[in-house]
Design a protein around this ligand. Structure first.
Ligand code: NI
Length: 138
């Protein structure tokens, strides 16, 4: 007998090129369907964020930010956020990747909650395509 797992059905909107990239990656990984790949991606996201949300005390590391600099107001907004967190930001390296995409590596050192707030404020801006955190506890 096949045990049927309960599932929830959700509908999401994605930019077409993001979906194309996703499909290409999961095809190369051997996924047979999108749902399984999305479930794995969501789990990965949750585990990464949860780890970050539950950590306390002093931390150091790098936030890697990929964004579209042609989105109106985004660069100003990202700069404003970084100025507000100058107490935890040691330095920032900017790489002009393509015509539109910029990569920023933000070195951070400070309290976990501050780093978390900084990371959340940056990643929630429209036009930010990716934010990866590489953080260690001190
Ligand atoms: Ni740039």
């Amino acid at each position: 007998m096949v045990k049927t797992e309960k599932v929830a059905r959700v509908s999401v909107t994605l930019p077409p090129e993001l979906l194309e990239d996703f499909d290409e990656v999961i095809r190369k990984m051997g996924y047979e369907n999108r749902s399984k790949a999305v479930q794995d991606a969501v789990r990965l996201f949750i585990s990464e964020r949860r780890w970050l949300q539950e950590e306390k005390g002093p931390q150091a590391g790098v936030l890697m930010l990929l964004y579209d600099h042609e989105v109106r107001g985004l660069e100003d907004a990202l700069t404003d956020v970084q100025h507000n967190y100058s107490n935890v930001i040691s330095s920032t390296m900017h790489i002009h990747l393509t015509e539109r995409d910029c990569l920023e590596a933000i070195a951070v050192k400070g309290d976990a909650s501050e780093i978390r707030k900084l990371s959340d404020e940056l990643s929630s801006k429209r036009g930010v395509k990716l934010l990866k955190t590489m953080i260690i506890s001190l």
